[in-house]
Design a protein around this ligand. Structure first.
Ligand SMILES: [Zn+2]
Length: 170
């Protein structure tokens, strides 16, 4: 099993042949469509996927994605942490025509060539797993304080770029 960063694209036929597994993380900042539903682009998704076939020989991509993201609380409009966890199973087909013949329980992903972009697939699944509305259990002033804490803090980066060069020379 591959650990670390999640692969961007794979050869689906090869993966199916090998019953390949992948796992790793994807930064939320790389998932722009998902960000449209969120307060910020912090956090990362942990993803595990598996290529294989069902009993009928249908090519499947199954997996689980998990992420902690910040949505907007619909009561106080402050960020609220939301835990996403989603199991999915999609069928890999080579054409629209084939997709029409799939059993109803499977969502198709159409993959015509020897390259399958994984990030959009995972991103779709994460978007599907978002709650319709997010709320704090209790909205109060503490949430306002928490928001201040979330604000970017000045890091101790050297103010003078040349001092970095000085350090590099050592
Ligand atoms: Zn709230």
């Amino acid at each position: 099993m591959n650990q670390g960063l999640f692969p961007v694209r794979v050869d689906p036929l090869k993966c199916l042949e090998q019953n390949a597994d992948f796992s790793g993380s994807i930064a939320v900042s790389k998932l722009e469509r998902l960000q449209g539903f969120l307060q910020d682009d912090s956090g990362e998704a942990q993803v595990e996927i598996h290529f294989g076939h069902d009993e009928q020989g249908i090519a499947l991509l199954s997996g689980q994605c998990q992420a902690q993201v910040h949505m907007t609380c619909q009561r106080c409009m402050n960020p609220v942490a939301v835990e996403l966890k989603h199991d999915f199973e999609v069928a890999i087909v080579v054409s629209d025509e084939k997709a029409k013949h799939l059993p109803k329980q499977y969502e198709p992903i159409i993959c015509e060539g020897d390259s399958l972009e994984l990030l959009p697939v995972i991103e779709d699944e994460l978007i599907l797993s978002l709650p319709m509305f997010a709320y704090h259990h209790e909205c109060d002033d503490n949430e306002l304080k928490a928001k201040e804490e979330l604000a970017p803090v000045e890091t101790e980066a050297p103010s003078n770029p040349f001092s970095v060069l000085e350090q590099l020379k050592k």
